[in-house]
Design a protein around this ligand. Structure first.
Ligand SMILES: Cc1ncc(C[n+]2csc(CCOP(=O)(O)OP(=O)(O)O)c2C)c(N)n1
Length: 218
């Protein structure tokens, strides 16, 4: 199926994660997947200072730190715990929007949390999965995310919004606007291309991250 082409290309040993869409029988238009930081840059238009972002371990937290307002929750080291941390905050901070941004590696490790989140369905929890099919931060080892049909998985989860897509410049604004405008527990899974900006490490120790977050929510 077309929507899974980008995923299967990766596992057929092709190096490119672009895919082709056929606008007519004659013209072939390549679709380029966006990189994670490009998606995170787009989030600026959809979040405000009251929102809390829970950033995934590694590169994603670094990008959230440098690209979006501070402070947020930057999970440094706790792979797999992003969704459960986000769920806990969402259940306590009901007046705030909580946006968990995580990689497929982290999603796979903490997958049970999507079931728990689906059970509680906090209306203020949004989960954004940036799936580059690898553990990019630690050197690009392949994950097994291609084994999941995200469309089917999300169908089985009780959430008011759920969508699995390729991240493209053409559709990202619509996808993010649908994701953020709809009230209720929401999940957006985006296939992205690996890549990063050269960004410095987060200079804050986890204790300082906690203190700053406590100050923000007090
Ligand atoms: C429990 C645990 N195992 C392994 C690591 C090492 N580690 C840090 S980031 C990372 C890769 C994360 O991959 P993914 O969530 O897909 O995000 P990406 O780096 O691709 O953006 C790994 C394996 C860790 N921090 N914690």
């Amino acid at each position: 199926m077309a929507k899974n082409n980008a995923r299967s290309d990766r596992y057929n040993g092709k190096t490119s994660v672009t895919r082709r869409t056929f606008s007519s029988k004659r013209s072939v238009k390549p679709m380029k997947l966006m990189k994670g930081y490009e998606v995170i840059e787009k989030l600026k238009d959809y979040i405000d200072e009251n929102d809390i972002i829970v950033g995934s371990t590694g590169n994603i937290s670094r990008e959230v730190f440098h690209i979006l307002d501070q402070p947020q929750v930057y999970l440094r080291g706790s792979l797999g715990l992003q969704m459960s941390v986000g769920l806990g905050i969402a259940l306590e901070e009901k007046k705030r929007k909580i946006i968990v941004i995580l990689g497929d590696g982290s999603f796979l490790m903490g997958m049970s949390s999507i079931v728990t989140s689906s059970y509680y369905k906090p209306s203020n929890l949004k989960i954004l999965i940036l799936d580059n099919a690898e553990y990019y931060t630690t050197g690009g080892q392949k994950t097994v995310s291609s084994a999941i049909n995200f469309t089917k998985l999300l169908k089985s989860v009780e959430a008011s919004f759920k969508r699995s897509k390729n991240a493209s410049e053409e559709s990202i604004n619509q996808d993010l606007s649908d994701f953020f405008n709809l009230q209720g527990f929401s999940i957006l899974h985006l296939n992205i291309e690996s890549g990063k900006k050269p960004l410095a490490n987060i200079p804050w120790h986890p204790e300082e991250i906690t203190k700053r977050m406590q100050k923000k929510i007090s």
